[in-house]
Each structure stands twice: as C-alpha cells, then as structure tokens.
Design a protein around this ligand. Structure first.
Ligand code: KIV
Ligand code: ZN
Length: 520
C-alpha cells in the first residue's frame, strides 16, 4: 500500500522531548532499550537526549550513539558554545551524528535572554557555524516559531542556513497553531527564505489543542519532509505528535497523502507498550492506533459486520501495527517453552536467567488466575525487567478492611537486609499500607500521582498500579501488577522508593529542571 513517492523522515524525540515531561524520566538502561527499538523500527533520526542537562543524559546519548546501527543520532543543545561542545562530545560516536541547536525567537522568548533582534541573529550565526564546524549534520530550531514575527522568522532562518544548518525545524512549541496555518507557514517559508531549497524543513508540533497530528500532516503537504514525534505522543504538557498516528495516517491515506516513511509499522505495538511501561504513562484506552480499544469491536452490529467482512469497520489490520490476532491464553500447566514463545511474540527477548525469574512469577500468577492473557504477561514483564538495586522489599502484607474504618495494615519489610514490622491505620487500605511503608522507611518524598488500571476483565483480573513521587526536584515512577490491588499498590510504592534511593546516591536533579526553558 506504500507509494514510491516522497520520503518523509521520521525524527523521534521520545527520549528528549518525551522524557522531559515531568514524571516520564527513564533509567539509563531503559533509554538504551527504547533507542534500540526505535533503530530497529526504521526511525530516521533519534533525538537521544540533551547532553548538557545532566551526566545521566550525556551518558545515555553517548551510549545510544555507540550502539545505534541505522538511525542518525541527534543531541539537543541551547544556542551556547559549551552546550554545543558537550552535545558533540556525546553524539560524535555515532555512525551518523547530528547536532540540534535552538533558541526561542518569538517576542516572549527573546525577552528571556534579553537579546535584541540583531543580537539574537549574531548569536544564531555564531552557534550554528560552531556546530557546523564540529558536525556535517546540523539541525536548527527557532523555538516558538509559530508565534515569531514572520519577517524576523525569515531573517533568522536565513542566518542559520547561511551558517551551515542542514535541517530547519519549525516548532509549534505551545500547540496553538491550526492545520491551515501550519501548512501556510511552511509553504511561505520555503518560498521566501533564500537557501530554503538546500535544506530539509521539519515540523515539530505540540498537542495542547489536540491538533499535533493534523498540523504535522498539513506541514508535510506544504513541503516539510521531516516530522518530529514521539511514541504514544509522550511529551511536555499534552505531548507531541504521536509517531504511530502520522505513520499510519500516511500509510492508510496514501491515496491523498502520497508520502512514505521508512517505519516498519508492525513494530509499533511493541514499542508503544515498552514506552508506556518505562515512562509510567499508560496509554488511554481509546488512543488512536495503540489504545487497548483501537481494534476492539464491542457492539453487536459492529461484531456482526466484522465477522462478515473485517473491512466493514476496520481501516487497517491489527497485524499492520503488530497486534497478533486473538491468541490463546496460557494457564498453570503451560511450560517454560510456551512462555518463552509467547513472550517473544509480544516482543520480549529474554536470557535464560531472566526467563527463569519470569517463569516463577508466571506460575505464581497462574495459580491465582485461571487464564493468563497477553496483557497479564505484559504487566508481569513490566515489573520484572527492572534491574535496579532493591534496598527495600516487601516480605508480608496483611490488610484488614471493612465498612467500619479505619483500615489497618500489618507490614513486614526488609530494609538493607534487615527485617522490620509495623501496624498502621489509614483512610482506606491503600492509605494504611502507604502509612506503614512510611513508618518503616521515613522519607520526605511527595506522592504526585497514584493510578490503578485493571489489566484484563473479570474479578480475578490483575491491577497495574503506577505511582509518581517527587523529592528535592527528583521525580521517580514505580509500577507493579498483582491480582490484589493493595499488594500492587504497595509494590509500586516501594519500587518508586528504590528508584529514589538510586537517584539519591547518584545525586543531581531531573533533566526536566535544566530544560530548554532556561535560555540564557
Ligand atoms: O517544542 C519545542 O520548541 C522544542 C524545541 C527544543 C525544538 O522542543
Ligand atoms: Zn517540543
């Protein structure tokens, strides 16, 4: 169904703009894993991070640069020479490195570094030329381009092109732009800016008004040939353009948008699940392409139509995005080989030791739950692939509930190898449990988010719980799944605390704190 006409480059910024959204911080090994999946699925350019932001970001970008096989590896840098040098130090290991440098050009953004229009042009000339001396592949972005005075926008873009930028990205930073404006702006810039024909124009849209995908596609129709996007639309505030949406829109509506991407769409579902899992940002059920219900047909009329001819209600096949057809659940008699095969189908490649660990946990689950569905296994994997040190461990938890409160939690927990016990009350079973954890391990971290989802249907369904906590600017997430919601909650809480302990030891704050908003 794909055409051989114009190629649109896919620039994925899940690991930079996506990871920058508060609470979506990923660990080093999670970033490497996601980068590998992006590389394998055919993403043209991976924006791997913001190297000057923290030692962790620098290390992740360098490693990703070393490991990447096919994608261009890009790092972000403010319009400052030390930022650009640091960025180059990280990306230079890549087979195909790119430096992405930017500055806010709209009146509101110009006021932050307090530069006049002329001074800003000078800064752009100096920094883009510096980046180009280091690297042949330089992307430049006028942040908040869509709210920048048009003549000035043309002037700064021309300055960047003259000094060696090879890609010009036009960010709709605050998501205010509408599709027609997005198209008109790109078309006008390509026509008016001297040198525009020698560079690739990119579109980078935020989703504050839910128009990011439409704006990106409109920009492509007007001449942009790079779409910046993230898996599941992860990103600051309402997020960025969702990779899966633009890729599938270009594929399914190739009749009216004759462009192609190099993405292997069958890898979409797997990476979507991994990103949801490591970021702690669950995908909404009715999210286009990757939502749990995107291919579900509930009503009688729909089911009847689907049985007669799938095209009645489906404009794409589930297999196109990597969703296996209905698959048989596993049960307590299923063996290790069946589990391995099923996990491979779901995109998890396990070493022997890892499989051993997962198998034990699978058996425990199968003892409590008649049928173990794909989603149960994904939830199981979500809590078993975390290699971080576990200084805190739940040994035993019993909660007394009833219509007459308060609820009481008896908790036994191991802290650095020593066992401790407490009994605490609370306003509900989860509150009592969290109070018990806090009584045994006192901390100042603030609970920012607590979310529960049922993984499958039925009263024996597993619950997945995500928590997000903050302490001194460090934000961590924790996840867990269990057929008992209170147990899942306790484990997710302790998972987050373990991550916080690792972060405390490493020192520093989140990347988000050193974000691009601080343009000096
Ligand atoms: O939204 C934005 O403007 C950005 C830039 C750094 C490209 O993310
Ligand atoms: Zn952005």
């Amino acid at each position: 169904m794909t055409s051989t006409q114009d190629h649109v480059l896919i620039f994925d910024t899940t690991l930079r703009d996506g990871e920058q959204s508060p609470g979506a911080t990923m660990t080093h090994s999670e970033k490497l894993e996601i980068a590998q999946l992006l590389d394998e699925m055919g993403v043209d350019i991976i924006e791997a991070g913001f190297p000057i932001a923290s030692e962790g970001d620098f290390a992740a970008v360098s490693e990703i640069a070393k490991q990447s096989e096919n994608s261009v590896i890009c790092g972000l840098a403010r319009a400052q020479l030390p930022d650009i040098d640091r960025c180059w130090e990280a990306v230079k290991h890549a087979r195909q490195p790119r430096i992405h440098t930017f500055i806010g050009t709209s009146p509101l953004h110009r006021a932050i570094p307090n530069l006049t229009q002329d001074e800003m042009v000078e800064r752009i000339e100096q920094t883009v030329a510096h980046a180009r001396n280091l690297c042949d592949n330089v992307q430049w972005s006028p942040m908040d381009a869509t709210r920048t005075e048009y003549d000035y926008l043309c002037r700064v873009i021309e300055a960047a092109i003259r000094n060696g930028a090879t890609t010009i990205n036009i960010p709709a930073t605050v998501g205010y732009t509408a599709p027609r404006e997005s198209a008109e702006l790109i078309a006008r810039l390509i026509k008016d800016v001297p040198g525009a024909e020698d560079v690739v124009f990119a579109t980078h849209c935020h989703n504050d008004l839910g128009m990011a995908t439409a704006n990106s596609l409109a920009a492509v129709e007007a001449g942009a040939r790079q779409i910046e996007c993230t898996i599941n639309g992860l990103g600051e505030r309402a997020g960025n353009t969702a990779l899966e949406e633009v890729v599938m829109a270009l594929r399914v509506r190739n009749d009216i948008m004759p462009f192609r991407t190099g993405i292997d769409s069958t890898k979409i579902m797997n990476i979507s699940r991994r990103v949801a899992s490591v970021s702690g940002f669950a995908v909404q059920f009715n999210k286009a392409i990757v939502g749990k219900n995107a291919f579900a047909h509930e009503s009688g009329i729909h089911q009847d139509g689907m049985l007669k001819n799938a095209e009645t209600f489906e404009i794409m096949r589930p297999e196109d995005v990597g969703l296996a057809g209905t698959s048989l659940p596993l049960g307590k008699h299923s063996g290790r080989a069946a589990l391995r095969a099923k996990l491979e189908d779901l995109g998890f490649e396990l070493g022997d030791n890892q499989l051993k660990d997962v198998f034990v946990r699978f058996k425990e689950l199968a003892d409590r739950k008649k049928e173990v569905f794909d989603d149960d296994l994904i939830a199981l994997m979500r809590t078993s692939t975390d290699s971080e040190a576990e200084r805190l461990k739940i040994v035993k938890l019993a909660v007394r509930c009833g219509t007459e409160g308060p609820q009481v939690a008896d908790l036994v927990m191991e802290i650095d190898g020593t066992t401790h016990q407490t009994t605490q009350m609370g306003d509900g079973p989860v509150d009592a449990t969290f109070n018990a954890v806090k009584a045994l391990f006192d901390h100042e971290a603030r609970l920012q988010l607590y979310q529960v989802h049922a993984v499958t249907e039925g009263t024996d369904a597993q619950a997945t719980v995500s928590v997000r906590m903050e302490e001194d600017g460090r934000i961590v997430t924790g996840q867990s799944a269990d057929t008992d919601t209170v147990v899942a909650s306790a484990k997710a809480y302790v998972h987050a605390l373990n991550r916080l302990l690792v972060r405390r030891e490493k020192g520093g704050t989140d990347t988000a704190e050193v974000s691009y908003k601080v343009v000096t």
